[in-house]
Design a protein around this ligand. Structure first.
Ligand SMILES: Cc1ncc(COP(=O)(O)O)c(C=O)c1O
Length: 416
């Protein structure tokens, strides 16, 4: 007697009618048709057998061109960003580089001024070398029309929120002007993740992520991705993905895909913590100003209500501390739960001083014009308990600004 081990695969692909959490868990996650495994295996093979010349057994030939783990991850990202296509890369920076590489020499790009430092570095030091020139604007909604060079401007690059000042850009306002001239709009959505914001729904043509941050969410993968609807763009960018070869490993795709499945839970929790910390900081006499678009007092709150899911502010915020750079540095060393480290978007809370760390490469004058003062502290809220994070921030503020309290000759404040 023969036993039929084949397992019928029911149609499991979630459709766009499903809500975010359902898509996060199921998009790009088919059961293994041979074993029935619910979780995909990691396809480490770099090459795939062919039955005759040019006839691979399945859909794959060579892992740089395509790989099951990468393809599944790309399907999931496309689904969460309401896009027809997505591509994964070995880092957020490789994603940016590949998009810029798609422009012909002589092309002009308009970017917000306070773009991520690595993106600024690529625009000014690498893109320029292949004949692509970038104009930076501190006020893109107002300036974009007059910065457009007919026939030369091909791309507008937005980060909303920006890093580290959390300024927002009205995507629809910029896209409306750009599209009149046939210009594509790219939005780097790293700071919010697709749970909080879907830029394509607001008129953007390409959405970009450093997957290293919220999408993976566990500070253990370096990866990037972009998503879009145009088939023409897909032909161009997937050609470059293979030709340039800045692709992620199968293992990293698998890990990032696992992280993505809990994005909605993590992003909600990080946003809740972000709002609680922002409110506590706003009330503190030791704080000069708080940048957080989820605060009703923020000048960007109206845009947040329009562009972000439920008006959420996300897990990122920054604030100016009283006492200058010394206080900012002391604050980062005085926190007990927040780790002093670069990066963001992981389950653990992080803190840093952009002026001396992530943004130290930008000349001081330029930095300060964009609001990045020496006393600015950037916080990435993780998913720890709100009560512990708030207490930690308040005790660190006391230590950094007020200094250790001397009571009966003894230093106070060593226990929380
Ligand atoms: C907003 C933003 N975009 C892009 C990048 C680059 O991503 P990666 O570090 O994955 O290359 C970063 C990295 O910090 C970022 O914060």
């Amino acid at each position: 007697m023969t036993v039929d081990h084949s397992i019928e695969t029911p149609p499991r692909a979630p459709s766009p009618v499903h809500a975010f959490g359902t898509l996060a868990v199921h998009a790009g996650s088919p059961h293994d048709p041979v074993t029935g495994a619910v979780i995909e295996s990691i396809s480490l093979s770099t090459t795939y057998a062919q039955t005759s010349v040019g006839k691979p057994v399945g859909a794959y030939e060579y892992t740089r061109s395509s790989n099951p783990n990468r393809e599944n991850f790309e399907t999931a990202v496309a689904s969460l960003e309401h896009a027809r296509h997505a591509l994964a890369f070995s880092s957020g920076s490789a994603t940016t580089a590949t998009i810029l590489q798609s422009l012909a020499s002589g092309s002009h790009v308009i970017s917000i001024s306070d773009v991520y430092g690595g993106t600024h570095r690529y625009f000014t030091k690498v893109a320029a070398a292949h004949g692509v020139h970038v104009t930076f604007s501190p006020n893109i909604e107002l300036d974009v029309a007059e910065l457009i060079r007919p026939d030369e401007t091909k791309l507008i690059w937005i980060e909303t929120p920006s890093n580290p000042t959390l300024s927002l850009v009205d995507i629809r306002a910029v896209a409306t002007i750009a599209h009149r001239h046939g210009i594509l709009v790219v939005v780097d959505n790293t700071f919010l993740s697709p749970y909080v914001q879907n830029p394509l729904d607001h008129g953007a043509d390409i959405v970009v992520h450093s997957v290293t941050k919220y999408i993976n969410g566990h500070s253990d993968v370096l990866m990037g991705a972009c998503a879009y609807n145009s088939d023409e763009l897909h032909t161009k960018l997937s050609f470059l993905q293979n030709a340039i070869g800045a692709v992620p490993s199968a293992f990293d795709c698998w890990l990032a895909h696992r992280g993505l499945k809990t994005l909605h839970l993590r992003a909600r929790e990080a946003s809740k913590n972000g709002l609680a910390i922002a409110k506590a900081l706003e009330l503190s006499p030791n704080v000069i100003a708080v940048n957080y678009p989820g605060l009703p007092s923020s000048k960007y709150h109206k845009i947040a209500l329009k562009q972000h899911r439920d008006g959420l502010g996300g897990g990122m915020l920054s604030f100016r501390i009283r006492g200058g750079q010394a206080a900012a540095e002391q604050f980062c060393q005085a926190t007990r739960i927040f780790t002093l480290a670069e990066s963001l978007g992981g389950v653990e809370s992080l803190v840093e001083v952009p002026g001396s760390m992530t943004h130290a490469g930008i000349p001081k004058e330029q930095r300060e014009a964009a609001g990045v003062f020496d006393d600015l502290v950037r916080i990435s809220c993780g998913i720890e308990d709100e009560v512990d994070l708030r207490k930690d921030v308040l005790q660190a503020l006391e230590k950094a600004v007020v200094g250790p309290k001397i009571t009966n000759g003894l230093e106070n404040g060593s226990s929380q």
